[in-house]
Design a protein around this ligand. Structure first.
Ligand SMILES: *Cc1c(COP(=O)(O)O)cnc(C)c1O
Length: 357
């Protein structure tokens, strides 16, 4: 049976990426060897990382003066690396979810943190509005898409003359981004790019070197800028897969084309939720609704049927729609690689389930 993969992360990858990765595990670049058993310093792998970085620059229109890095440690490691490298006295953070909250916690190890606004008391069901960035902060950090709660900021926030840092783990490559506004953008690969194990980081080179603390070599962005992400052994296989996904993105027409597809998929599902007497969206302000992670639940009248609906979907090959344990209900992740047919199957299942009651 064909599967419809709505998992939140690790999550669906394009068939192009899966097939090319499988092929490279058997025979990489006609070397007669697996990509798993060759040197990361071989010219064949150097070509892979170079192409991956060049495609990131092309797809996101990255200006001069920035480096594209491929690092280990996940997005969670960036929660610590960002303040270690940028926080001299005080940083500002927008608290929009669990990941943002974890980022604040790490930053506090390195200096003062001004949380400009938080929706924690309302279970992160919306993006706070009306905040401003203190102009004496060393940087402002925000999370563009809140994977667990299904809220998203689809604009590059205005931080004035304060450095801007974005965690774009779950919505990178789903819209054009004005990279020139940012000093650091990071994204764990396992949502919209590649298997887990690599984190894409885009850094403004001259943002580094303004703090006094000693920084361990591996946690200093300058190490990786200087060595082209090859100071030590990088996550070779996920970088290869990322390169394949980026090729596929380019072939599809780049981020504008991806955004169009993503908007269409999300509109389809939100329409079905809004039209149904059985389902209701979790995000309180429709303007904040994520096009990557759609969170919804059953109305109180039907709430005891949530488990049954998950099983009903599984019988049709629809997997990964159970909501995060901290939110409950359902979460359908509509990452770039998810075909619109999968959304149509889910909408149909919602409809059929309702009619069966
Ligand atoms: C998944 C996720 C993270 C954590 O990523 P890891 O690579 O597991 O550390 C951080 N931020 C956001 C927005 C995420 O979706």
């Amino acid at each position: 049976m064909k599967k419809h993969n709505f998992y939140a992360g690790p999550s669906i990858l394009s068939q192009h990426t899966i097939q090319a990765t499988a092929d490279a595990i058997i025979n990489f670049a006609d070397m007669g060897l697996s990509i798993l058993e060759i040197s990361h310093r071989s010219k064949q792998f150097q070509a892979v990382i170079d192409e991956a970085s060049a495609l990131v620059k092309e797809l996101l229109d990255v200006p001069e003066g920035y480096s594209v890095l491929w690092l280990g440690g996940g997005a969670s490691m960036q929660f610590a690396m960002v303040p270690m490298n940028l926080l001299a006295k005080k940083a500002a953070y927008l608290d929009t979810g669990t990941w943002a909250h974890n980022a604040v916690k790490e930053a506090r190890l390195f200096g003062d943190v001004d949380v400009v606004a938080s929706s924690e008391a309302e279970k992160y069901s919306f993006i706070p509005k009306g905040w401003s960035v203190p102009q004496d902060a060393d940087y402002f950090h925000f999370t563009s898409n809140n994977t667990i709660y299904g809220t998203e900021m689809r604009v590059d926030p205005d931080a004035g003359r304060v450095r801007l840092v974005g965690d774009m783990s779950s919505d990178i490559f789903s819209r054009p981004v004005d990279v020139s506004k940012y000093d650091i953008i990071y994204a764990g690969a396992q949502k919209n790019l590649a298997p887990a194990g690599v984190t894409l980081v885009i850094v403004r080179d001259d943002a580094m070197g303004h703090v006094d603390r000693p920084i361990p070599t591996m946690l200093d962005y300058r190490t990786h800028i200087k060595k082209g992400s090859m100071f030590n052994t990088p996550p070779v296989l996920p970088i290869f897969s990322a390169m394949q996904t980026l090729r596929w993105y380019k072939e599809l027409g780049g981020v504008e084309a991806l955004e169009k597809r993503d908007l269409e998929k999300a509109a389809k599902l939100y329409e079905a939720i809004d039209a149904s007497p059985m389902f209701v969206g979790c995000v309180t302000d429709p303007a904040d609704r994520s096009i990557m992670n759609v969170t919804f639940r059953m109305t109180p009248e039907y709430a005891d049927l949530e488990g049954e609906f998950v099983d009903f979907c599984a019988q049709r090959g629809i997997v990964g729609i159970k909501g995060h344990r901290s939110v409950g209900g359902f979460r359908a992740s509509l990452y770039n690689a998810l075909p619109i047919e999968s959304v149509e199957e889910l909408v149909k299942a919602m409809h059929d389930f309702r009619n069966s009651k």
